[in-house]
Design a protein around this ligand. Structure first.
Ligand code: NAG
Ligand code: NAG
Length: 170
């Protein structure tokens, strides 16, 4: 019985932190970046705080990488308004005031976990997970045909999403 419990526990632990296997965090504090997935990137809704997908523009950054309350993690501020930061609301991701009184600081802190952090032109991180400190879930810029350009960027199970985000510093 003991060995079965141990096996179950190991399986649980292995499944609980898939994103932690990624190998590097790019050294991009203070950089202005695009967070991309294939032909799309995370951008901003024109009439709501919601973060939505938009066609990629590697040379026009959306986010400034700033320090967070948690070691080795970052806040992702709006390039044009450092008072707003990427927030895991539990639903669609949104740009909300830094230090929001509604959401815990952990919802505004993100780990950048990439399979490569070798700078190559504008590319500064490849094969990345953008992991919320709050719930360990990952930013999900959907490429599904059922979620066209302009669809909300959400968070979801990291393993299901896969580490396919590339980070470009303009
Ligand atoms: C980032 O963008 C802001 C706003 O355009 C600009 O003021 C700042 O100099 C940029 N920082 C870097 C490191 O390029
Ligand atoms: C990613 O987002 C798309 C569109 O909202 C959704 O259909 C898909 O289930 C999400 N994936 C995960 C793993 O949450």
């Amino acid at each position: 019985m003991l060995s079965i419990s141990v096996i179950l526990l190991s399986a649980l632990l292995a499944g609980a932190s898939p994103a932690r296997r990624a190998t590097c965090s790019p050294n991009i504090l203070g950089s202005n970046i695009s967070i991309t997935n294939g032909p799309l990137e995370a951008g901003f809704s024109s009439n709501a705080p919601t973060v939505v997908s938009q066609p990629i523009s590697q040379t026009i950054p959306e986010f400034t990488v700033a320090t967070s309350n948690f070691n080795g993690e970052f806040q992702l501020h709006k390039v044009t308004n450092a008072g707003l930061t990427l927030t895991n609301t539990g639903g669609p991701s949104a740009m909300l005031p830094v230090g929001s009184t509604i959401f815990d600081p952990s919802t505004q802190s993100w780990a950048l976990q990439c399979s490569s952090c070798v700078r190559s032109g504008n590319l500064v991180g490849a094969g990345c997970f953008v992991v919320s400190h709050n719930d360990g879930r990952c930013l999900n810029i959907s490429l599904s045909t059922t979620t066209p350009v302009g669809s909300p960027v959400t968070v979801g199970n990291c393993q299901a999403i896969g580490g396919s985000i590339n980070l470009y510093a303009a």
